[in-house]
Structures are given as C-alpha cells and as structure tokens.
Design a protein around this ligand. Structure first.
Ligand SMILES: Nc1ncnc2c1ncn2[C@@H]1O[C@H](COP(=O)(O)OP(=O)(O)OP(=O)(O)O)[C@@H](O)[C@H]1O
Ligand SMILES: [Mg+2]
Length: 452
C-alpha cells in the first residue's frame, strides 16, 4: 500500500506542527488544516485514509467535520482529539461513526498506534466492499427486475448454465424476456468478452437466413459479390442467439444440427469446413414439442436444443412482478424523456395487477412509456393507462353470480383472445371453435379484433 494519507486538523499551530513532523517521520503523508473551514474544504475535496481532528476547531467543529468526511468518503476513518471535559461529545462522535477519540495531551506513540489500527480498518472495509462488488457482479442481474420465486428459479438456471458450454433453449410467450435471459447467459459466461450475435429466424427467407448464418463465397448465388463470414463465425468465442427458431425450415434445421454436432460450418458455395466455437442459445414462443409431434420441427434438432431448457413464465402467472417492473419502466422512461409521474394511484396499481398482460413485459414497458406521457401528476392515474387495461375493468373476484350466460361467454372469449395475444387462430383453438365460428361470435358480441 502507498503511504497512508492523513489530514491533521488542529488550530493550535505549534501542536499541529509537532504532530505533522512526528507522523511524517513514521511514514505517513500528512496534510494540515488550521481551522474548521479549511478542514471541511479538504475532507470534501480530497481523499484521506484517516482524519485526525480537534473537536473544538471553530466552525464547523470536529463533529461536523466527521459528518462531512463520512458523507464524502465513508471509508475514511476519523479520530477526534478532545480537551478534558468533553467526553460526552466524544461518545456522541463514536456513535456518529468516529473510529476513536483521544484526550489531550496526546502521546505521539499512542496516536500512531490508533492511526495504524484505523488505517488497517479502512483497508479491510475497502476489501469487503471490493469483494461484495465481485460477488454482486457475479450473482446479480442488474437490469432484470423480479421478486417472484418463478423468476428467481429462472435466474438460478441462467447462473448454472452460463458457466457451461451447453446449448440452451429459452421458451416463453412473446415479450416475457427471452432475449434478456439469452443476454444474461452470455454476460455470465466465460464468453462474455466474445460477441453476442442475435438473429431472428422468422424475419428472413430461407436462402438469406442460410447465407447470414453460414456465410457464403463469392459467386455462390446472384448477388454474392464477395466472400462473407456467417454469424456462426462472428459468434465464435461468443454466443449466437437464434430467436424464433421454430420458424426455420426443415432443410435449414438439418444444417443447424450438423453445425452443432460437428462444431464447424460450411459457407454457402464452399465445401471447406470452418471451425466455430460459439455457444448457441435458441428461443421460441411456440410449443416445439407439439411441432415435433406434428412433424413441423425436426426431432433430432429439438432433442439437441432442449438439453437445457429454460421456460420463462408469462407475467400473469407472476403478478407480484408487475408493480416492480412497472416502477422500473416508469423510472427508465422518465430518465429518457423526462416527465413527472413517479408512482401509481391506488386504483391504477390495482388495475395493473388485475390485467392479464397478453403481451407480457414488453406490453407493460410500452404501457408505462405511454402513461408517463399521459400523466401530468406525480402519480399515474387509471385514465393514464391504455384503455384495454381498464376494460372490462379489474376482474371481479371469483364467482359470477347473476352474470348472464351471454356476458359470461363474451368475457371468456375476450380473456382467451387476450391470453392468445389477439391471435384468432390460437384463441379459436383454445376455445374449441373454428376460426369463422369465433369470428362470428366476436361480431355478435361486438368484440374488436385488436385491442384498442
Ligand atoms: N424481468 C425483466 N426486468 C426488466 N426488463 C424486462 C424483464 N423482462 C423483460 N424485460 C424487458 O421487456 C422487453 C421484452 O423483453 P425481450 O425482448 O427479452 O422479450 P422476448 O421474450 O424476447 O419477446 P419477443 O417474443 O417479443 O421477442 C425488453 O425491453 C426487456 O428488456
Ligand atoms: Mg425476442
């Protein structure tokens, strides 16, 4: 360690000079302050390992200097020197976080012993803080907000799989945080310094997707004007995130499987294998097992992917996460765009909790951005929330006594639609109706095809 840096605040000039001389001789770096004002200015602007201050040093006094020091540099240790008769104040100072106090006249040897201990204490505090930061960096997921045990379990899995090379399949409805989890796996892995490369398999036609993933050589197809590295190569040493893996064609699935098994790829138009070493994380909001059954997804790739599955539950199954997330998004939106609202009215909070969130966390994020724009008060009110959150209003408690069959049916359809993210085919399937039959019922009930 460097020479410890000490601030000596003492208004008795000759005593101060003696102390400084003695401490310097003992190997300390000493800075002096001859009154309270000077001491306060120095502790608040510069770093010291310890401060030795006379209790009565004018305004601000020693106690105030202690407070300033603790505020600007909490790990700095403060030793108070008191005249006789001010023991009570000294005791109060200890309560305020002083390391120790000494009564005048101060023996140089004694002061040196106390200072050495104080500086060792400070060093240990710093070490504890650094260790905490290390542990925190390892085990906390800074931008992932949750209080539910379901999400705690998900993050447990993330932690466990991150340190392995295993392929991961992240499942969950749209907007539940699949990409966030994929990124967390990357960040917690030894590959964190490599690239995180994401591609949405549903966004490109087969041919393009193939050349994106595996690369191509010049002239392999019209438009291929030069050699191109594929994303598998880009992600070598990092993580390749294949979003919406269910949208790949069987032909491409075969190629993916081969790349996974052999750890090598071939560029389109080239037979020369290239070694790749990235970890693959795939995501889907579809039921892949069912797609396999129906022959829509290759079983060999499916089994290869689901070695380590992580399923993120929909937001409605972890309602305790809704308000913490809502506050998080409100705060983020405020930082980005400004605005007033910092919290929710009681009714708005109730509505947020009661809503089913078919679009999950993403829908909540957008709702909060909108609420901040709509709200002009310190608290977001019901009127500031998107209308679909409020109608048909917070669900009544269980039991529908007195509700007419017709209303019951309407409500059931609306809720199923919401749960299906307003996908008519999905909702029809869940309701056991054909699509035209569902459409007819929606028309009869005047249910809009899309949320407002
Ligand atoms: N637990 C969480 N804490 C904080 N932000 C979250 C959380 N879960 C999701 N988000 C945020 O919600 C948004 C949607 O998450 P993400 O894109 O990861 O979902 P997804 O499952 O990939 O959605 P999609 O299926 O629509 O692609 C992102 O802005 C993400 O940062
Ligand atoms: Mg996504």
């Amino acid at each position: 360690m460097d020479r410890p840096r000490i601030l000596v605040a003492e208004d008795d000039v000759s005593l101060a000079a003696l102390m400084a001389l003695d401490l310097k001789r003992r190997g300390y770096e000493v800075v002096s302050a001859k009154n309270g004002r000077e001491a306060a200015a120095k502790v608040s602007s510069q770093h010291y390992d310890a401060v030795v201050t006379d209790l009565r040093i004018g305004v601000p006094d020693g106690l105030e200097i202690l407070r300033i020091a603790k505020q600007s540099q909490p790990e700095t240790q403060v030793i108070l020197i008191t005249g006789h008769g001010s023991i009570d104040t000294a005791v109060a100072a200890m309560k305020d976080g002083a390391y120790d106090y000494m009564t005048k006249p101060v023996e140089p040897d004694e002061l040196a012993i106390v200072l050495d201990k104080a500086i060792e204490h400070r060093r240990l505090l710093g070490e504890v803080r650094r260790l905490r930061e290390v542990v925190k960096g390892k085990y906390s997921f800074d931008n992932i907000v949750y209080v539910s045990t379901q999400m705690a379990n998900v993050l447990d899995l993330v932690q466990k799989v991150a340190v392995t090379d295993a392929t991961v399949l992240v499942c969950g409805e749209s907007g539940t945080g699949k990409e966030l989890v994929a990124r967390a796996i990357h960040e917690k892995s030894s590959r964190r310094n490599g690239a995180f490369v994401a591609i949405n398999c549903g966004a490109l036609p087969e041919g393009l997707l193939e050349s994106e993933l595996f690369g191509h050589v010049k002239g392999s197809f019209t438009g291929a004007e030069r050699n191109k590295r594929g994303l598998f190569e880009e992600a070598s040493g990092g993580t390749l995130f294949l979003d919406e893996i269910s949208e790949t064609t069987p032909a491409l699935q075969v190629k993916l499987l081969r790349a996974l098994q052999d750890g090598e790829v071939r560029r389109v138009g080239d037979n020369h294998p290239i070694k790749v070493s990235g970890r693959l994380v795939a995501a889907t909001n579809k039921d892949l097992a069912k797609m396999v059954e129906e022959g829509k997804f290759r079983d060999d790739l499916y089994y290869r992917l689901k070695v380590f599955p992580i399923t993120i539950p929909p937001l409605r199954e972890r309602p305790e996460d809704i308000l913490p997330l809502a506050e998080h998004f409100l705060r983020n939106a405020r930082k980005k765009n400004g605005g007033r609202a910092q919290r929710f009215s009681l009714k708005a909070a109730e509505a947020l909790k009661a809503y089913r969130w078919p679009g999950n966390v993403r829908e909540l994020e957008h709702a909060m951005e909108r609420a901040l724009i709509m709200s002009s008060e310190a608290a977001v009110a019901c009127e500031d929330l998107p209308p679909e959150i409020l109608s048909p209003g917070p669900r009544p408690p269980a039991g529908h006594a007195g509700e007419r069959l017709r209303d019951l049916e309407k409500r059931h359809i609306v809720e199923t639609l919401r749960a299906a993210g307003f996908s008519l085919p999905d909702a029809a399937k869940k309701l056991g109706l054909t699509r035209p039959a569902l459409a007819a019922k929606m028309k009869a009930h005047r249910i809009p095809a899309r949320p407002l």
